[in-house]
Design a protein around this ligand. Sequence first.
Ligand code: AMP
Ligand code: GLY
Length: 447
Amino acid sequence: MKVLVIGSGGREHTIAWRLAQSNLVSEVICVPGNGGTATESKCKNIDPKENADLQFLSFNDVAVTVAKKEKVDFAVIGPEDPLAEGIADALWNAGIPTVGPKAQGAALEASKDLSKVFMKKYGVACAASETFTEKEAALAYVREKGAPIVVKADGLAAGKGVVVAKSLEEAEKAVKDLMDGNAVGEAGKKLVIEEYLQGVEISVLAAVSVTPETAANGKACIKAFLPARDHKRLMEGAQGPNTGGMGAVCPLEDVTAETMAQFEKNILQPTLKGLVAEKMDYRGFIFFGLMITKDGPKALEYNVRLGDPETQAVLPMMDFDFAELCQAIMNGTLDSFEMKWKSGFQVAPVAVSGGYPLKYAKGKVITIAEPVISHAGAKIFIAGAVKDRRTEGQPLVTSGGRVLACSAHGETFREAWGKAYEAMCGVQFEGMFYRRDIGLPGAAESN
Ligand code: AMP
Ligand code: GLY
Protein backbone atom coordinates (compact mmCIF):
# COMPACT_ATOMS: atom_id res chain seq x y z
CA MET A 1 0.00 0.00 0.00
CA LYS A 2 1.00 3.59 -0.56
CA VAL A 3 0.12 6.16 2.10
CA LEU A 4 0.00 9.95 1.97
CA VAL A 5 1.02 11.84 5.13
CA ILE A 6 0.14 15.54 5.33
CA GLY A 7 2.29 17.82 7.50
CA SER A 8 5.88 18.86 8.16
CA GLY A 9 6.58 18.48 11.88
CA GLY A 10 8.02 15.98 14.32
CA ARG A 11 4.59 14.41 14.66
CA GLU A 12 4.44 13.72 10.94
CA HIS A 13 7.98 12.30 10.85
CA THR A 14 6.92 9.91 13.63
CA ILE A 15 3.69 8.94 11.82
CA ALA A 16 5.61 8.34 8.56
CA TRP A 17 8.27 6.28 10.39
CA ARG A 18 5.63 4.09 12.03
CA LEU A 19 3.75 3.58 8.77
CA ALA A 20 6.99 2.71 6.97
CA GLN A 21 7.63 -0.05 9.53
CA SER A 22 4.45 -1.85 8.45
CA ASN A 23 4.81 -4.81 6.10
CA LEU A 24 1.59 -3.61 4.47
CA VAL A 25 3.17 -0.31 3.40
CA SER A 26 5.44 -0.01 0.36
CA GLU A 27 5.81 3.77 0.25
CA VAL A 28 4.93 6.84 2.33
CA ILE A 29 4.47 10.11 0.42
CA CYS A 30 4.98 13.11 2.70
CA VAL A 31 3.51 16.50 1.74
CA PRO A 32 5.55 18.54 2.34
CA GLY A 33 7.50 16.41 4.88
CA ASN A 34 10.79 17.62 6.37
CA GLY A 35 14.47 16.76 6.62
CA GLY A 36 13.61 13.64 8.62
CA THR A 37 11.09 12.15 6.21
CA ALA A 38 13.46 13.04 3.33
CA THR A 39 15.79 10.22 4.39
CA GLU A 40 13.44 7.87 6.26
CA SER A 41 13.21 4.40 4.74
CA LYS A 42 10.30 3.99 2.22
CA CYS A 43 9.47 7.75 2.51
CA LYS A 44 9.44 10.40 -0.22
CA ASN A 45 8.75 14.12 0.16
CA ILE A 46 6.70 16.19 -2.28
CA ASP A 47 6.93 19.91 -1.62
CA PRO A 48 4.10 21.83 -3.38
CA LYS A 49 6.30 24.94 -3.46
CA GLU A 50 8.75 23.12 -5.72
CA ASN A 51 6.18 21.67 -8.12
CA ALA A 52 4.91 23.90 -10.90
CA ASP A 53 1.62 21.99 -11.19
CA LEU A 54 0.91 22.22 -7.44
CA GLN A 55 2.19 25.69 -6.63
CA PHE A 56 -1.01 27.64 -7.20
CA LEU A 57 -3.55 25.10 -5.97
CA SER A 58 -5.43 25.36 -2.68
CA PHE A 59 -4.00 23.00 -0.08
CA ASN A 60 -7.00 20.66 -0.33
CA ASP A 61 -6.49 20.46 -4.09
CA VAL A 62 -2.78 19.76 -3.58
CA ALA A 63 -3.65 16.81 -1.34
CA VAL A 64 -6.19 15.40 -3.80
CA THR A 65 -3.90 15.92 -6.80
CA VAL A 66 -0.93 14.19 -5.14
CA ALA A 67 -3.10 11.38 -3.76
CA LYS A 68 -4.46 10.63 -7.22
CA LYS A 69 -1.18 11.02 -9.10
CA GLU A 70 0.68 8.80 -6.64
CA LYS A 71 -2.27 6.37 -6.43
CA VAL A 72 -2.16 6.28 -2.64
CA ASP A 73 -4.40 3.82 -0.81
CA PHE A 74 -5.13 6.20 2.05
CA ALA A 75 -4.07 9.48 3.66
CA VAL A 76 -3.19 10.46 7.23
CA ILE A 77 -3.56 14.12 8.18
CA GLY A 78 -1.17 15.46 10.85
CA PRO A 79 -2.11 19.08 11.75
CA GLU A 80 -5.44 20.70 12.67
CA ASP A 81 -5.49 23.58 10.18
CA PRO A 82 -6.07 21.51 7.03
CA LEU A 83 -8.65 19.41 8.92
CA ALA A 84 -10.57 22.57 9.83
CA GLU A 85 -10.36 23.56 6.14
CA GLY A 86 -12.04 20.30 5.14
CA ILE A 87 -9.10 18.33 3.75
CA ALA A 88 -10.66 15.05 4.91
CA ASP A 89 -13.96 15.93 3.18
CA ALA A 90 -12.07 16.75 -0.04
CA LEU A 91 -10.07 13.51 0.02
CA TRP A 92 -13.05 11.27 0.83
CA ASN A 93 -15.04 13.02 -1.93
CA ALA A 94 -12.24 12.19 -4.34
CA GLY A 95 -12.39 8.55 -3.24
CA ILE A 96 -9.29 8.62 -1.00
CA PRO A 97 -9.90 7.03 2.41
CA THR A 98 -8.53 9.36 5.07
CA VAL A 99 -7.50 9.25 8.73
CA GLY A 100 -8.59 12.59 10.17
CA PRO A 101 -12.05 13.99 10.90
CA LYS A 102 -14.14 15.86 8.37
CA ALA A 103 -14.64 19.61 8.93
CA GLN A 104 -17.70 19.07 11.14
CA GLY A 105 -15.62 17.06 13.63
CA ALA A 106 -12.56 19.29 13.24
CA ALA A 107 -14.67 22.22 14.52
CA LEU A 108 -14.35 20.67 17.99
CA GLU A 109 -10.82 22.10 18.05
CA ALA A 110 -11.36 25.07 15.76
CA SER A 111 -13.98 26.62 18.08
CA LYS A 112 -13.59 26.57 21.88
CA ASP A 113 -17.21 27.68 22.22
CA LEU A 114 -18.47 24.82 20.09
CA SER A 115 -16.37 22.30 22.01
CA LYS A 116 -17.71 23.60 25.36
CA VAL A 117 -21.30 23.48 24.09
CA PHE A 118 -20.62 19.89 23.01
CA MET A 119 -19.01 18.91 26.34
CA LYS A 120 -21.88 20.36 28.37
CA LYS A 121 -24.58 18.89 26.12
CA TYR A 122 -23.19 15.37 26.51
CA GLY A 123 -22.10 15.57 30.16
CA VAL A 124 -18.31 15.53 29.62
CA ALA A 125 -16.52 16.45 32.87
CA CYS A 126 -15.06 19.93 32.27
CA ALA A 127 -14.64 23.42 33.78
CA ALA A 128 -17.73 25.63 34.15
CA SER A 129 -17.74 28.39 31.52
CA GLU A 130 -19.69 31.11 29.72
CA THR A 131 -19.29 32.42 26.17
CA PHE A 132 -19.29 36.13 25.28
CA THR A 133 -19.40 38.23 22.14
CA GLU A 134 -19.84 41.59 23.96
CA LYS A 135 -16.85 43.10 25.73
CA GLU A 136 -18.85 44.82 28.51
CA ALA A 137 -20.68 41.60 29.38
CA ALA A 138 -17.39 39.69 29.43
CA LEU A 139 -15.79 42.29 31.70
CA ALA A 140 -18.80 42.25 34.03
CA TYR A 141 -18.54 38.44 34.23
CA VAL A 142 -14.83 38.39 35.17
CA ARG A 143 -15.47 41.11 37.76
CA GLU A 144 -18.28 39.03 39.23
CA LYS A 145 -16.26 35.78 39.29
CA GLY A 146 -12.87 37.27 40.26
CA ALA A 147 -9.41 35.75 39.72
CA PRO A 148 -7.93 33.29 39.06
CA ILE A 149 -9.95 32.81 35.90
CA VAL A 150 -9.19 31.61 32.39
CA VAL A 151 -9.92 33.68 29.27
CA LYS A 152 -9.90 31.84 25.93
CA ALA A 153 -10.25 33.10 22.36
CA ASP A 154 -12.87 31.03 20.54
CA GLY A 155 -10.91 30.45 17.33
CA LEU A 156 -7.63 28.76 16.39
CA ALA A 157 -4.87 31.02 17.69
CA ALA A 158 -1.66 28.96 17.45
CA GLY A 159 -1.44 28.54 21.23
CA LYS A 160 -1.71 32.30 21.90
CA GLY A 161 -5.42 32.46 22.61
CA VAL A 162 -5.52 31.32 26.26
CA VAL A 163 -4.75 33.54 29.24
CA VAL A 164 -4.71 31.98 32.70
CA ALA A 165 -5.28 35.21 34.64
CA LYS A 166 -4.02 35.22 38.23
CA SER A 167 -5.43 38.71 38.97
CA LEU A 168 -8.57 40.61 37.97
CA GLU A 169 -6.42 43.23 36.17
CA GLU A 170 -4.83 40.50 34.07
CA ALA A 171 -8.26 39.02 33.26
CA GLU A 172 -9.67 42.42 32.24
CA LYS A 173 -6.62 43.13 30.08
CA ALA A 174 -6.97 39.71 28.40
CA VAL A 175 -10.65 40.35 27.62
CA LYS A 176 -9.83 43.76 26.12
CA ASP A 177 -6.76 42.60 24.13
CA LEU A 178 -8.56 39.57 22.72
CA MET A 179 -11.86 41.27 21.96
CA ASP A 180 -10.32 44.37 20.42
CA GLY A 181 -8.60 42.03 17.97
CA ASN A 182 -5.09 43.06 19.06
CA ALA A 183 -3.94 39.73 20.46
CA VAL A 184 -5.07 37.09 17.95
CA GLY A 185 -7.25 38.94 15.42
CA GLU A 186 -10.66 37.52 14.49
CA ALA A 187 -10.12 34.41 16.66
CA GLY A 188 -10.67 36.58 19.77
CA LYS A 189 -13.96 38.25 18.83
CA LYS A 190 -15.77 35.54 20.76
CA LEU A 191 -14.47 34.50 24.19
CA VAL A 192 -14.96 31.51 26.44
CA ILE A 193 -14.37 32.48 30.07
CA GLU A 194 -13.72 29.49 32.23
CA GLU A 195 -13.40 28.38 35.83
CA TYR A 196 -9.76 27.98 36.86
CA LEU A 197 -8.92 24.33 37.51
CA GLN A 198 -6.19 23.31 39.89
CA GLY A 199 -4.21 20.17 39.20
CA VAL A 200 -1.66 18.61 36.90
CA GLU A 201 -2.07 18.25 33.14
CA ILE A 202 -1.92 15.15 30.98
CA SER A 203 -2.61 14.31 27.35
CA VAL A 204 -4.59 11.28 26.29
CA LEU A 205 -4.47 10.59 22.57
CA ALA A 206 -7.01 8.19 21.14
CA ALA A 207 -8.21 6.54 17.93
CA VAL A 208 -11.77 7.29 16.84
CA SER A 209 -14.05 5.43 14.45
CA VAL A 210 -17.48 7.03 14.33
CA THR A 211 -19.54 6.87 11.13
CA PRO A 212 -23.25 6.59 10.44
CA GLU A 213 -22.61 2.84 9.87
CA THR A 214 -20.69 2.22 13.12
CA ALA A 215 -23.25 4.34 14.98
CA ALA A 216 -26.03 2.13 13.59
CA ASN A 217 -24.33 -1.21 14.25
CA GLY A 218 -23.08 -0.32 17.73
CA LYS A 219 -19.42 -0.43 16.67
CA ALA A 220 -18.67 3.28 17.04
CA CYS A 221 -15.72 3.56 19.36
CA ILE A 222 -12.90 5.64 20.81
CA LYS A 223 -9.83 3.73 22.02
CA ALA A 224 -7.41 5.60 24.25
CA PHE A 225 -3.64 5.25 23.94
CA LEU A 226 -1.35 5.21 26.97
CA PRO A 227 -1.41 8.55 28.81
CA ALA A 228 1.36 11.02 28.01
CA ARG A 229 2.59 14.41 29.10
CA ASP A 230 3.93 17.34 27.17
CA HIS A 231 6.15 19.98 28.81
CA LYS A 232 5.13 23.32 27.34
CA ARG A 233 7.29 25.81 29.23
CA LEU A 234 10.70 26.69 27.84
CA MET A 235 12.72 26.31 31.02
CA GLU A 236 13.32 23.58 33.56
CA GLY A 237 10.89 23.41 36.46
CA ALA A 238 8.00 24.51 34.18
CA GLN A 239 9.31 28.10 34.05
CA GLY A 240 9.53 30.64 31.26
CA PRO A 241 7.33 31.24 28.23
CA ASN A 242 5.00 28.73 26.62
CA THR A 243 6.31 26.83 23.63
CA GLY A 244 4.95 24.27 21.19
CA GLY A 245 6.35 21.59 23.52
CA MET A 246 9.82 20.92 24.95
CA GLY A 247 9.48 17.18 25.37
CA ALA A 248 7.10 14.36 26.19
CA VAL A 249 6.92 11.15 28.19
CA CYS A 250 4.68 8.09 27.96
CA PRO A 251 3.22 6.46 30.02
CA LEU A 252 2.93 8.36 33.32
CA GLU A 253 3.86 6.95 36.72
CA ASP A 254 1.66 9.50 38.52
CA VAL A 255 -1.55 8.58 36.68
CA THR A 256 -3.41 5.76 38.39
CA ALA A 257 -5.68 3.14 36.85
CA GLU A 258 -8.49 4.77 38.85
CA THR A 259 -7.87 8.13 37.14
CA MET A 260 -7.92 6.43 33.73
CA ALA A 261 -11.16 4.64 34.64
CA GLN A 262 -12.72 8.00 35.63
CA PHE A 263 -11.49 9.49 32.37
CA GLU A 264 -13.07 6.62 30.43
CA LYS A 265 -16.41 6.98 32.22
CA ASN A 266 -16.71 10.76 32.60
CA ILE A 267 -14.92 12.06 29.50
CA LEU A 268 -14.27 9.43 26.81
CA GLN A 269 -17.66 7.69 26.83
CA PRO A 270 -19.74 10.92 26.93
CA THR A 271 -17.60 12.25 24.05
CA LEU A 272 -18.32 9.11 22.04
CA LYS A 273 -22.02 9.44 22.81
CA GLY A 274 -21.89 13.02 21.52
CA LEU A 275 -20.07 12.17 18.28
CA VAL A 276 -22.67 9.49 17.58
CA ALA A 277 -25.64 11.70 18.50
CA GLU A 278 -24.34 14.52 16.29
CA LYS A 279 -24.10 12.03 13.40
CA MET A 280 -20.46 12.85 12.82
CA ASP A 281 -18.24 11.08 10.35
CA TYR A 282 -15.17 11.13 12.57
CA ARG A 283 -12.46 8.70 11.58
CA GLY A 284 -9.13 9.79 12.94
CA PHE A 285 -7.50 10.75 16.19
CA ILE A 286 -8.67 12.81 19.12
CA PHE A 287 -6.48 14.31 21.80
CA PHE A 288 -7.99 14.98 25.19
CA GLY A 289 -6.16 17.74 27.09
CA LEU A 290 -6.97 16.93 30.72
CA MET A 291 -6.45 18.51 34.11
CA ILE A 292 -6.24 15.91 36.88
CA THR A 293 -8.00 17.72 39.71
CA LYS A 294 -8.83 16.53 43.21
CA ASP A 295 -12.31 15.75 41.85
CA GLY A 296 -10.87 13.57 39.08
CA PRO A 297 -9.92 14.36 35.47
CA LYS A 298 -11.61 17.28 33.70
CA ALA A 299 -11.42 17.97 29.96
CA LEU A 300 -9.62 21.23 29.12
CA GLU A 301 -9.86 20.85 25.39
CA TYR A 302 -10.20 18.55 22.41
CA ASN A 303 -7.65 18.51 19.65
CA VAL A 304 -8.72 16.68 16.53
CA ARG A 305 -5.30 15.23 15.77
CA LEU A 306 -2.35 13.64 17.52
CA GLY A 307 -0.28 15.83 19.86
CA ASP A 308 3.16 17.16 19.09
CA PRO A 309 5.52 16.18 20.79
CA GLU A 310 3.34 13.52 22.52
CA THR A 311 3.30 11.48 19.30
CA GLN A 312 7.10 11.19 19.44
CA ALA A 313 6.75 9.42 22.83
CA VAL A 314 3.46 7.52 22.33
CA LEU A 315 3.86 5.93 18.87
CA PRO A 316 7.17 4.20 19.73
CA MET A 317 5.34 2.49 22.65
CA MET A 318 2.91 0.81 20.23
CA ASP A 319 3.39 -2.92 19.92
CA PHE A 320 1.02 -3.18 16.96
CA ASP A 321 0.98 -2.19 13.32
CA PHE A 322 0.08 1.49 12.91
CA ALA A 323 -1.10 0.97 9.31
CA GLU A 324 -3.50 -1.71 10.56
CA LEU A 325 -4.79 0.70 13.19
CA CYS A 326 -5.41 3.29 10.45
CA GLN A 327 -7.34 0.72 8.44
CA ALA A 328 -9.45 -0.25 11.46
CA ILE A 329 -10.26 3.43 12.05
CA MET A 330 -11.33 3.94 8.43
CA ASN A 331 -13.25 0.71 7.87
CA GLY A 332 -15.15 0.74 11.16
CA THR A 333 -13.47 -2.26 12.85
CA LEU A 334 -11.64 -0.31 15.56
CA ASP A 335 -13.88 -1.84 18.23
CA SER A 336 -12.28 -5.26 17.67
CA PHE A 337 -8.74 -3.97 17.07
CA GLU A 338 -6.39 -5.04 19.84
CA MET A 339 -3.91 -2.38 20.91
CA LYS A 340 -0.88 -3.96 22.60
CA TRP A 341 1.68 -1.76 24.28
CA LYS A 342 5.34 -2.26 25.06
CA SER A 343 6.25 -2.41 28.72
CA GLY A 344 8.40 0.39 30.14
CA PHE A 345 8.66 4.05 29.21
CA GLN A 346 9.47 6.37 26.33
CA VAL A 347 11.09 9.76 26.91
CA ALA A 348 11.43 12.35 24.15
CA PRO A 349 13.14 15.68 24.96
CA VAL A 350 13.04 18.32 22.22
CA ALA A 351 16.00 20.44 21.05
CA VAL A 352 15.08 23.98 19.99
CA SER A 353 16.81 26.87 18.24
CA GLY A 354 18.40 29.47 20.55
CA GLY A 355 15.96 32.37 21.09
CA TYR A 356 12.83 30.26 20.46
CA PRO A 357 9.90 30.90 21.05
CA LEU A 358 10.78 34.50 20.12
CA LYS A 359 13.37 35.33 17.46
CA TYR A 360 15.73 32.59 16.36
CA ALA A 361 18.16 31.90 13.53
CA LYS A 362 17.52 29.36 10.80
CA GLY A 363 19.88 27.50 8.48
CA LYS A 364 22.23 26.20 11.19
CA VAL A 365 23.94 22.94 10.21
CA ILE A 366 22.97 20.01 12.43
CA THR A 367 25.52 17.29 13.14
CA ILE A 368 24.33 13.95 14.43
CA ALA A 369 26.88 11.45 15.77
CA GLU A 370 25.22 8.21 14.66
CA PRO A 371 27.31 5.95 16.95
CA VAL A 372 26.10 7.95 19.98
CA ILE A 373 22.46 7.67 18.88
CA SER A 374 22.69 3.96 18.16
CA HIS A 375 24.56 3.28 21.42
CA ALA A 376 21.65 4.96 23.22
CA GLY A 377 19.18 2.96 21.11
CA ALA A 378 17.33 6.23 20.45
CA LYS A 379 15.39 7.50 17.44
CA ILE A 380 15.66 11.08 16.26
CA PHE A 381 12.43 12.62 15.03
CA ILE A 382 13.05 15.73 12.96
CA ALA A 383 10.67 18.70 13.31
CA GLY A 384 12.06 22.06 12.11
CA ALA A 385 14.93 20.94 9.89
CA VAL A 386 15.36 20.42 6.16
CA LYS A 387 18.00 19.11 3.78
CA ASP A 388 19.97 22.03 2.34
CA ARG A 389 20.00 21.04 -1.31
CA ARG A 390 22.12 23.99 -2.36
CA THR A 391 25.10 22.80 -0.35
CA GLU A 392 27.42 19.90 -1.18
CA GLY A 393 26.36 16.77 0.72
CA GLN A 394 22.92 18.27 1.42
CA PRO A 395 23.41 18.74 5.17
CA LEU A 396 20.47 18.88 7.55
CA VAL A 397 19.91 22.50 8.58
CA THR A 398 17.50 24.08 11.06
CA SER A 399 14.33 25.62 9.63
CA GLY A 400 12.13 26.11 12.70
CA GLY A 401 12.01 26.72 16.44
CA ARG A 402 11.52 23.16 17.55
CA VAL A 403 14.23 21.29 15.66
CA LEU A 404 14.12 17.63 16.71
CA ALA A 405 13.32 15.16 19.47
CA CYS A 406 15.52 12.33 20.78
CA SER A 407 13.09 9.56 21.69
CA ALA A 408 14.28 6.56 23.71
CA HIS A 409 12.77 3.54 25.41
CA GLY A 410 13.67 1.91 28.72
CA GLU A 411 12.15 -0.69 30.98
CA THR A 412 12.23 1.92 33.75
CA PHE A 413 11.59 5.65 33.43
CA ARG A 414 15.19 6.36 34.52
CA GLU A 415 16.61 4.07 31.86
CA ALA A 416 14.53 5.73 29.12
CA TRP A 417 15.45 9.17 30.42
CA GLY A 418 19.17 8.32 30.51
CA LYS A 419 19.14 6.99 26.95
CA ALA A 420 17.22 9.95 25.54
CA TYR A 421 19.68 12.42 27.07
CA GLU A 422 22.67 10.29 26.06
CA ALA A 423 21.37 10.58 22.48
CA MET A 424 20.93 14.34 22.88
CA CYS A 425 24.70 14.54 23.52
CA GLY A 426 25.21 13.21 19.98
CA VAL A 427 23.33 16.15 18.42
CA GLN A 428 24.82 19.57 17.82
CA PHE A 429 23.87 22.82 16.15
CA GLU A 430 24.70 26.44 16.89
CA GLY A 431 22.36 27.85 19.53
CA MET A 432 20.89 24.41 20.42
CA PHE A 433 18.90 24.42 23.66
CA TYR A 434 16.95 21.73 25.49
CA ARG A 435 15.40 21.14 28.89
CA ARG A 436 17.18 18.56 31.00
CA ASP A 437 14.24 17.69 33.22
CA ILE A 438 11.66 16.17 30.86
CA GLY A 439 9.58 13.72 32.91
CA LEU A 440 11.34 14.44 36.22
CA PRO A 441 9.46 15.48 39.39
CA GLY A 442 8.66 19.21 39.24
CA ALA A 443 8.90 19.36 35.44
CA ALA A 444 5.17 19.03 34.73
CA GLU A 445 2.84 21.99 34.40
CA SER A 446 0.57 22.23 37.40
CA ASN A 447 -1.22 24.94 39.31
P1 AMP B 1 -6.25 25.03 26.05
O1 AMP B 1 -5.80 25.49 24.71
O2 AMP B 1 -7.71 25.21 26.28
O3 AMP B 1 -5.78 23.62 26.38
O4 AMP B 1 -5.46 25.92 27.10
C1 AMP B 1 -4.05 26.05 27.06
C2 AMP B 1 -3.46 25.87 28.45
O5 AMP B 1 -4.07 26.78 29.39
C3 AMP B 1 -3.74 24.49 29.04
O6 AMP B 1 -2.79 23.57 28.61
C4 AMP B 1 -3.64 24.78 30.52
O7 AMP B 1 -2.30 24.85 30.94
C5 AMP B 1 -4.24 26.16 30.64
N1 AMP B 1 -5.68 26.09 30.97
C6 AMP B 1 -6.68 26.00 30.07
N2 AMP B 1 -7.88 25.95 30.69
C7 AMP B 1 -7.63 26.01 32.02
C8 AMP B 1 -8.46 25.99 33.19
N3 AMP B 1 -9.79 25.94 33.11
N4 AMP B 1 -7.84 26.06 34.38
C9 AMP B 1 -6.49 26.15 34.48
N5 AMP B 1 -5.66 26.17 33.42
C10 AMP B 1 -6.20 26.09 32.19
N1 GLY C 1 1.34 19.06 22.68
C1 GLY C 1 0.21 19.87 22.56
C2 GLY C 1 -0.42 19.88 21.25
O1 GLY C 1 -0.06 19.13 20.35
O2 GLY C 1 -1.35 20.65 21.06
